[in-house]
Design a binder for this molecule. Structure first.
Ligand code: NAD
Length: 362
């Protein structure tokens, strides 16, 4: 049966990286019998410009009807003056909450070829393979009350609320433990239980769920220490599970261990593994329109989509191997050119996409 993929390019470098993802998907459709149809829709700033809102009804309807959603990135300086309630990022948060995408999987995997592209020493990062499991539809990004109010004395006050129910913690913990069973069977839960009661509850619930997974070893770490440990000795981690905001920050940090934020994919899944797939980076307005953006995080997000939502593990592996081979062949976008004096072919966004397609067809 034909599966529908909602293609939401978004803003900044979004359309550039998405064009390469479409190229790859069309190659898989035409050469490897992947039975898909692609349907495009507007989200973020592009949607604001066209309709006045970041998540038009037509886009949400397509995302709900589709078998999977592929997203580029949203946001940019053009829309920053807008009220926070209608900024591009609201489109993204709306998709996550409307589709119930509570589990965000962010693998931080170092391709051996990029060991010199990171700012960290090779011996610290060689062999790095971490999965960050981030809670995505709760916590401080969604909690009420929120907003900026004016006090009686005229001073302004801002508030956001970090809030989690036991059920929300339990379901993300299960995703982490289930993922660990398929990997090195270690979960590190990251919280701030020494200061925040909400994460004291987080720690209790994760510990309780962990009892159902005797084969998995569970540890707990405060988020400030986790940030430090990720830079000091990242290979100690297998699966890390954490709250929405802590996961947002730690996964950006982890991206730098692997060389570039342009390399890291993500999957956001609901309870039935329907998902939205996107690179972890933003719309990179500083390089938009220059054909400089690295499309590999998006292509690796396509691989995650093939694996989790389209149930095509062989094609997922084929695409991941094609990306590895292109790196072995020495192709580099400018963000992943190492400092090892290697003889690289520095390419743009389009050429990197072409190289992956050529490898798929080889
Ligand atoms: P960013 O991730 O867009 O960029 C951070 C840095 O990484 C920039 O120097 C950028 O050039 C570089 N970079 C990012 N992706 C790259 C790629 N594929 N190839 C090469 N270099 C890349 O983060 P930011 O600058 O903090 O945010 C810019 C905009 O993106 C903001 O409007 C922000 O709200 C939005 N944003 C969107 C998402 C999303 O759509 N999921 C995520 C984060 C930020």
């Amino acid at each position: 049966m034909t599966q529908t993929i909602a293609v939401l390019a978004g803003d900044g470098i979004g359309p550039e990286i998405m064009a390469e993802a479409v190229k790859v998907l069309e190659c898989l459709r035409d050469n490897f019998s992947l039975d898909i149809q692609l349907e495009e829709a507007l989200v973020g700033g592009a949607a604001i410009d066209a309709t006045g809102i970041p998540l038009p009804d037509a886009t949400l309807a397509l995302a709900k009807r589709a078998d999977a959603v592929l997203l580029g990135a949203v946001g940019g300086p053009k829309w920053e003056p807008l009220d926070i309630s209608i900024r591009p990022e609201k489109g993204l948060l709306g998709l996550r909450s409307e589709l119930g995408l509570f589990a965000n999987l962010r693998p931080a995997f170092l391709h051996q070829e990029l060991v010199n592209a990171s700012t960290l020493k090779p011996e610290v990062i060689e062999g790095l393979d971490i999965l960050i499991v981030r809670e995505l539809t709760g916590g401080i990004y969604f909690g009420q009350p929120r907003g900026i109010t004016t006090l009686e004395n005229g001073e302004k006050q801002g508030v956001n609320t970090k809030i989690y129910k036991e059920s929300e913690i339990e379901r993300i913990a299960r995703v982490a433990f289930d993922s660990a069973l398929l990997r090195n069977k270690k979960v590190c839960s990251v919280d701030k239980a020494n200061v925040l009661e909400v994460t004291e509850l987080w720690r209790d619930v994760v510990t309780r769920v962990g009892k159902d997974y005797p084969e998995v070893s569970l540890s707990h770490m405060y988020v400030d220490n986790a940030a430090m440990q990720l830079v000091r000795y990242p290979k100690q981690f297998d699966v890390m599970v954490t709250t929405n905001m802590f996961g947002d920050i730690l996964s950006d940090l982890a991206s730098q261990l692997t060389g570039s934020i342009g390399m890291l994919p993500s999957a956001s899944l609901d309870a039935n593994q329907k998902g939205m797939y996107e690179p972890i980076h933003g719309s990179a307005p500083d390089i938009a329109g220059k054909n400089w953006a690295n499309p590999l995080a998006t292509l690796l997000s396509v691989a995650m989509m093939l694996r989790f939502s389209l149930k095509q593990p062989k094609l997922a592996e084929l695409l991941e191997n094609a990306v590895s081979k292109v790196l072995q062949d020495g192709f580099r976008t400018r963000d992943i050119v190492g400092n090892d004096g290697g003889n690289y072919t520095v390419v743009g966004t389009k050429e990197m996409g072409d190289a992956v397609v050529a490898r798929l067809q080889a």
